[in-house]
Structure formats: C-alpha cells, structure tokens
Design a protein around this ligand. Structure first.
Ligand SMILES: Cc1ncc(COP(=O)(O)O)c(C=O)c1O
Length: 413
C-alpha cells in the first residue's frame, strides 16, 4: 500500500517572507542619498529622514507619544531599564519562561532578575507580583509571548499600586492588542525587536516607546552615549542631566527595511488571524487536549497556536505524527526556562563584582532552580506549538486542523 500523500510542508516565517519591492525601494533611497547614518549626512542642516520617519510611523501605529529606534530588541531592553534608572541593588520581576535577553538585560544594568511563574496563557501570572515583590523591586517586565497579549490590566494595576515601573517586552508581538489598545501602551515604557524571526524584521533592530517625556529623554541618552541631539530635543526639550550611555543607534539602512516592514504588519496579522480562525473552532472540546487560553482573543496576532496535552509523555509521539504529516510543530520556539540556562546555573556576569548574585551563599539559590517553578515546568513540558506563517494558505490551515483531529483520533496514550 502507498503511504498517504500529504500536502507539501508550508514555509514558516513572518516578516522576512513578506520582503519585496517596498523594502528594496527604501533601501535604495538611502544608498542613493549616500546617507546611512541617522544623525547627519551631506547637508548639516537636514538630518537624513529614514529612522525619524520610522519613529514617527511607529508611534502613530502603536498610538503612543514617543518612539526611539535602536539596534536590537536586547538593546531596547537595556535602554528601557536604564531610562527607568534601574541598577545595582534593584530587582525586576519577569517570567522564568522568557527569552534570554529578558534576563540578561537586567543583569547587564546591574539589577537582579526575579523569576515568576507563567500561567496557562504562557504569559506572566498576575498574582506573582504580590508573591515576589520586595522593598527592592523596581519594575515588572512583562513579556507578550509569541503574539498573545498578557493580561495587562491586572498586571498594571498590581504593579502601579506598589509604585513599580511596568515595562512591556513586545518583541514577539508587534501588532497585538489588549482590550482594543496596542500592547506597548499599557506600561511606562515598552520595547520591540526587528530581528529575523519577528512579525516585522530588518534582520536586527529594535524600538523603545513611551508616553513619558522624562523616560524618552533618558532612553535617548542611554542609546547615544549620553547625547541628546536636535531631532529629539525638537520633540522634548532637554531637562535631564547627561549620563554615561551605550551606543545603540539604528542606521538609516536598517530603518529603511523596518519602515517598509512596519507598513505590512497589519496585513501579516490579518493573514495569520484568518488562518488561525479556520483552525481554532475545530480543535475545541477535544478530550485530553486544550488550546492556550488568551487574555484577549481579539488582540492575538495568531501566528502560533499552542496545544496542551494532559500528559507530558503524550507530547513527543503526537508531535512526531504531526511532523510525519508535514505539519510544522516546533518544539520550543527557541525559548527555554531561564533557570535551565548556563548563565543562571553559574550566576556569573562578565566580571564577578557585576553579578547581582555575588552575595548569595549557595547558588543556584531558591528561586533560580527548576524545582521552584512547578507550574512553568508542567506547562512547558505539555505543549505543542503550531506556527502559522505569511506563506501559509487556507489549505495549509485546514490541513493543520485535519491532522490534529486525525492524530487525536488515533489516541493520545
Ligand atoms: C521576548 C523577546 N525579548 C527580547 C528579544 C531580543 O530581541 P533581539 O534579538 O532583537 O535583540 C527577543 C528576540 O528574540 C524576544 O523574543
């Protein structure tokens, strides 16, 4: 008997799959002007326009007051933390299930990351703030994991009630909304990434947004060696003292690609949402299998669908059967719990005195070991992630749903 013929495996990917004539045209503009640096070019009176235009369209798109283009999402995190004045002696709460840079950026500014449990949405469990806050806590870093908005209302209420900054990391979720408002507008300051795997990409790149004039000025200074140049001073006149910053300035070439991509975000989101809407209703109510709960389904981008199976040992065979049907089903989308990472196991920074863990007598201390995160451990061992990409078709979406149903019918155990 011939093996069943399945449709070809669809090509995954978001923004980079949508690169085309628009990106080419804007990059060529920069090259033809011979002005790849954002702050000055051939005419000293007229700074090049691309990064400034990207910032303007970005803040309009998100619905906020200020946007600052930087070199990466990691840089954006360091800039946002520094803008808030977070440093040695301070603690920042973030989910144990988050991207490497969420943890490392906190260490890099000298503060201590405090790890929180996720809930079944794979985002921060808002109740964790009350459990983990200490007199040293300065901020909650909220990661909107893979296109799905976190429950910002309870998080923001709980954090602000305690006088903590809320920082949103929107790197994976440009275009997502919560209660009708873009994510990134629910916090004091928020960050984005234009890295290759993101909804919109320029290979590398990042953005910081805020409504707070002081945080904006401090973010600019942190991103540009303490400088505060005229293009920024025209938006917010300088009021803050200069301090030692890093160098995280976005180039005009990067801005050109990011700008063309930003203009495509809603189309990418609508495409993914439409395909996900073909799948989700068909997978509801299956025995032993649940879909990832979403705090606001209307605001989800829909580029990755998560199935939880009741038992962790069911996951590998289920995934293998989906894979055999040419369904893409990434194991962990590059994210691992922070407590399993090498740098957490050692607790080291680039120099011993720079480690926020240097005074701990034993390491890993409680709060940095797998056994301290039973819910994160349980949830992240029981899911299967099904990506939906810009190149996916309605037939691909239907094949995903057909395949999950067929594998489920074969039995979970
Ligand atoms: C949640 C999150 N934060 C921060 C980053 C860092 O962004 P970048 O790779 O642009 O430095 C990423 C990138 O993968 C991310 O997923």
């Amino acid at each position: 008997m011939n093996p069943p013929a399945y449709p070809p495996r669809p090509l995954p990917g978001l923004g980079f799959q949508a690169i085309g004539a628009e990106e080419e045209a804007l990059v060529l503009e920069v090259l033809r002007r011979k002005e790849p640096f954002r702050y000055y070019g051939s005419d000293p009176a007229k700074p090049p326009p691309m990064a400034a235009q990207l910032e303007q369209e970005f803040r309009q798109y998100i619905g906020t007051d200020y946007a600052l283009a930087v070199t990466s999402g990691t840089a954006a995190l360091e800039v946002a933390l520094a803008a808030c004045g977070i440093g040695p002696g301070d603690e920042v709460i973030l989910t144990a299930w988050s991207w490497i840079a969420c943890f490392t950026s906190i260490v890099r500014v000298g503060a201590r990351p405090v790890l929180a449990e996720i809930d079944a949405s794979l985002n921060l469990d808002p109740r964790e703030i009350a459990r983990l806050a200490t007199p040293r806590t300065r901020a909650v870093l909220v990661i909107h994991y893979q296109g799905v908005p976190a429950a910002m209302e309870p998080i923001e209420l709980e954090a602000h009630r305690r006088g903590l900054y809320v920082i949103e990391d929107c790197a994976q979720s440009l275009g997502a909304r919560y209660r009708g408002r873009h994510i990134g507008t629910w916090s004091d300051i928020a960050t984005y990434s234009f890295q290759y795997s993101k909804v919109a990409t320029s290979g590398e790149g990042g953005m910081v947004v805020t409504r707070d004039r002081r945080l904006y000025e401090r973010a600019v200074r942190m991103s540009d060696l303490g400088n505060y140049r005229p293009v920024h001073a025209a938006q917010v006149p300088p009021q803050e003292p200069a301090f030692v910053g890093g160098q995280f300035r976005m180039s005009e070439l990067t801005a050109a690609v990011a700008l063309a991509q930003l203009r495509k975000v809603d189309r990418i989101r609508d495409h993914c949402r439409a395909l996900q809407a073909r799948i989700v209703p068909r997978l509801q109510g299956l025995a032993g299998l649940q879909l990832r709960p979403v705090a606001d389904p209307a605001g989800d981008i829909g580029f990755e669908l998560y199935l939880f199976l009741d038992r962790p040992e069911w996951v590998a065979p289920f995934r293998a059967k989906l894979d055999a049907r040419n369904v893409n089903c990434g194991q962990r989308t590059g994210t691992y719990p922070q407590y399993n990472r090498d740098y957490v196991k050692t607790g080291l920074a680039h120099a011993p005195a720079a480690s926020p863990f240097r005074d701990f007598k034993e390491w890993p201390a409680p709060g940095y070991r797998a056994e301290d995160f039973p819910r994160t451990e349980d949830l992240t061992k029981r899911f299967i992630a099904l990506p939906i990409g810009w190149r996916y078709t309605p037939a691909d979406a239907d094949h995903i749903a057909d395949s999950v149903l067929a594998v489920h019918r074969e039995g979970l155990g």
